[in-house]
Design a protein around this ligand. Structure first.
Ligand SMILES: [Zn+2]
Ligand SMILES: [Zn+2]
Length: 236
């Protein structure tokens, strides 16, 4: 699949010359604020420490002026405007990680670094296509939630998904497990002990009353809840 990077998607920045870098820094700050908030933190000091760039406080002040963040004492809060962009960036970053890591088999660190670049350029419609293509994954490979997009809510399948939940997979079909998103962490170990791990090639034998699949010569049964957590890419 070709990743289209749209030139039109150039960010509206602060204006001026040295601002490509500043805009990138601004986006890094927005993204860090998002993941800090997931952990319940909005500390100004922690933010500056996490960014490790000498211009971070200057850029933050500009962001405050531009109405993206509100700074009170030691707290930095996203405004609605900042929140919307931060959410988009996080969504693009985590989807790109899934794409590179799980589908294209790029190593974890390289996936992460590439995601950091790509997140600035993916257009909204390409982002939704990548999301649909990946079967609307709920988390990134690190297990962090991917903010939902229009595509996930509407479940419109204009893009034929490459990766689907085992629940949606055709009976008789053969596929490779691309990723597993367990609702309970303990489950991953139990599935692994049965050979249900990313990379395993499965054949789906039946869906009712339970999901029966074959891995190598072994036949296994899982319930439908688990079949929703296993993402599979079809194979010939
Ligand atoms: Zn991640
Ligand atoms: Zn989606």
């Amino acid at each position: 699949m070709a990743l289209v990077i749209s030139a039109k998607q150039k960010l509206k920045g602060f204006g001026g010359k040295e601002n490509m870098e500043n805009n990138k820094l601004r986006d890094e700050i927005l993204e860090l604020l998002w993941s800090m908030r997931e952990k319940g933190s909005k500390s100004y000091a922690a933010l500056i420490e996490g960014i490790q760039e000498s211009e971070a406080s200057d850029v933050l002040r500009k962001m405050e002026k531009a109405g993206m963040v509100a700074i009170h004492n030691d707290n930095v809060e996203l405004t609605d405007k900042g929140e919307a962009r931060s959410r988009d960036l996080t969504r693009r970053h985590r989807l790109a990680e899934r794409l590179f890591h799980d589908v294209l088999d790029v190593g974890m660190q390289e996936s992460e670094e590439t995601a950091c670049e790509v997140e600035h350029f993916l257009s909204p419609s390409v982002t939704d296509s990548v999301c649909s293509f990946l079967g609307h994954p709920p988390t990134c490979p690190h297990g962090k939630p991917i903010p939902r997009g229009d595509c996930c809510l509407k479940y419109k399948n204009e893009v034929k998904p490459l990766v689907v939940q085992l629940k949606e997979f055709d009976v008789g079909g053969k596929g490779r497990i691309v990723f597993i998103v367990p609702s309970e962490n303990s489950r991953l170990e139990r599935l692994a002990s049965m050979g249900i791990v990313p990379g395993s090639v499965i054949r789906l034998k039946q869906k009712r009353p339970s999901f029966v699949l074959e891995i190598d010569e072994t036949t296994l049964a899982v319930d439908s809840l688990i079949a929703e957590e296993i993402y599979v890419k079809g194979q010939k």
